[in-house]
Design a binder for this molecule. Structure first.
Ligand SMILES: Nc1ncnc2c1ncn2[C@@H]1O[C@H](COP(=O)(O)OP(=O)(O)OP(=O)(O)O)[C@@H](O)[C@H]1O
Ligand SMILES: [Mg+2]
Length: 335
């Protein structure tokens, strides 16, 4: 992306806490992020780092008596965190669409694929049934389904995982959302279909200037499609910048570890895969200061104070939350 572009969603001090038998689990612990128009923002981090809790809370999908969400998600002139359920229903599927990894759980088993797409259309647009069905078939065609009219008439269980995932994406794209949140949309798919889905996301961005939040474990996917990357650890963003800043010049030891623990993105296997020692923090106990400290080889005494996410050079958009000089960065970058 070149030049400054408009912020479509502004996230400030977002917190999501869950009441558990062991106490409050702070799954998202004060996240600030700006989503710009027409960009693909990748959200990466180990399992349990809070990626899904964060994105679900953007459109109120995890509200409940044991869930505590606070902060600001400014979108379209309102704060979605304290918008009513009725307001959120209006936003979801139209302005902000969400695509989940598990398409079998997300699709209604009793409804034909075409009906799920056309219902999403009719929910937000004044379309007659037949016109909506026709448009649904077009959308199925758009997502690369070879026989859209037959697929439209199929029930979810009659479709392969890859096909269901495309139906989900067609549902997400139905109303040309300003923001598409895709939580591991390609994880369950084989490599060829994965490439097609990524192509689809790129096209949505190119044709509609949509903004996409892409959650993925796959740093190869990030390298391929992301404009910017936010790295999450224990509910916080620990590094944030353009794709090249984060993948090639990582600063936070956690980012360095993540990059060293995957095969090289050019497809050649790494000589030896590095594993970040220790386990990610998932429980209710959080150390004082930097949450990565117990696993960090470079930890020093200062790490006992909570580090702030900040730029090292004035005006730079490359932010990290490490008090150390990024001495190890050279080893971990993807080259
Ligand atoms: N409804 C819930 N009640 C209690 N704890 C929850 C709930 N949902 C998530 N958590 C916990 O919150 C933390 C963050 O979970 P989240 O699902 O956001 O992680 P994630 O980064 O999406 O992981 P993954 O990569 O495995 O999808 C985890 O410790 C998880 O166990
Ligand atoms: Mg998740």
């Amino acid at each position: 992306m070149t030049g400054p572009s408009e912020t479509v969603m502004r996230i400030r001090d977002l917190r999501v806490g869950f009441d558990t038998p062991d106490g409050r689990l702070q799954a998202v612990d004060g996240v600030d992020l700006d989503l710009r128009r027409g960009e693909i923002l990748a959200l990466v981090g180990e399992s349990g780092s809070g990626k899904s809790a964060l994105t679900m809370s953007l459109v109120g999908l995890n509200r409940g008596p044991r869930t505590h969400v606070s902060g600001q998600v400014e979108f379209g002139g309102r704060n979605l965190v304290d918008s009513s359920e009725a307001e959120l229903r209006e936003v979801r599927g139209r302005a902000v669409a969400v695509v989940f990894q598990d398409s079998l759980a997300a699709l209604n088993p009793l409804h034909r694929a075409g009906a799920q797409v056309s219902e999403m259309l009719r929910l937000h647009q004044p379309l007659r049934r037949a016109a909506a069905w026709e448009r649904a078939e077009e959308l199925l065609d758009d997502v690369g389904i070879a026989n859209p009219s037959r697929t439209a008439r199929s029930y979810p269980h009659q479709l392969s995982g890859g096909m269901r995932q495309r139906v989900m994406i067609a549902t997400g794209l139905a109303n040309e959302p300003a923001v598409l949140i895709a939580d591991e949309p390609t994880t369950a798919l084989d490599v060829t279909i994965q490439a097609q889905v990524l192509e689809l996301l790129r096209r949505l961005r190119a044709e509609h200037d949509s903004s996409i939040v892409l959650i993925t474990h796959d740093l190869g996917v990030v390298a391929e499609v992301a404009d910017r990357v936010a790295v999450m650890y224990a509910g916080r963003v620990v590094e944030h910048g353009t794709r090249d800043e984060v993948l090639r010049r990582p600063r936070h030891p956690y980012t360095v570890g993540l990059l060293r623990s995957v095969p090289r993105i050019d497809g050649r296997p790494a000589e030896s895969l590095f594993a970040i020692p220790g386990a990610p923090l998932t429980g209710t106990d959080r150390p004082e200061g930097c949450a990565f400290r117990p696993r960090c080889a470079d930890a020093v005494e200062e790490c006992g104070t909570r580090p702030q996410l900040r730029a090292r050079e004035p005006g730079s958009g490359h932010l990290d939350a490490c008090v150390r000089e990024p001495a190890t960065a050279g080893n971990g970058g993807v080259r």
